[in-house]
Design a protein around this ligand. Sequence first.
Ligand SMILES: C[S@@+](CC[C@H](N)C(=O)[O-])C[C@H]1O[C@@H](n2cnc3c(N)ncnc32)[C@H](O)[C@@H]1O
Length: 215
Amino acid sequence: MKRAVLKAVVAQFHHPHGTGGRLAGRVMAHRPSNRQRNVWVVSLLDVQPADRVLEIGFGPGLAIAELSRRVSARGHVYGIDHSDVMLRQATRRNAAAIAAGRVTLSRAPVDRVPAALSGPFDAILAVNSHGFWPAPAERLGELRRRLRPGGRIAIASQPRCPGATASTSRKAAREIEALLLDAGYAMARTETLGLDPPVVCVLAVNPDPSGGRPG
Ligand SMILES: C[S@@+](CC[C@H](N)C(=O)[O-])C[C@H]1O[C@@H](n2cnc3c(N)ncnc32)[C@H](O)[C@@H]1O
């Protein structure tokens, strides 16, 4: 019984739908640790005003809101999430930035990113989402091809399984690092935010064959 309830709750964070999904979205939007986690991840990405940024699995849209404060009319924030409940909540939360033309949100799964979002992006991020993706190494490879050479990616995780500890977070970081290396990224660094359990954010770059030299 306990296991069935846990499974149903996890399902609502994987693919929020119906009344349970609306509730899960509200929890994610208002839980202080969730807010802190999203603001922190965005702060690590070093977003510049003219950047084009893509978030996968935006949920209620906390990171999108934070990103939209950092880009100017020369940049743009894009997001996809496969849940229509999350699309509605994130759209309401970011209505002003969408109306101002700085944010575009779409409903799509990560394995079918719309062709219009081919990039190139300056930065891509996912917060507590990649663990739900089918074949995440393949997905990360596809996303790398949407990044400009030298573009950054941030994959963050705060393990939410019962009994998760700092050791669970360290294991999650090692798994993300391995996935990113497999997908052809060059590692930058791994950061930790001291919540309970800690949040880990692995930062990597799409290698630039020119070595970043102009021309
Ligand atoms: C735990 S929630 C995290 C939401 C948000 N990033 C945050 O930290 O507040 C996971 C989100 O990833 C989305 N998601 C899961 N699998 C996905 C997939 N295959 N494609 C697109 N979105 C996905 C879910 O719909 C959900 O909104």
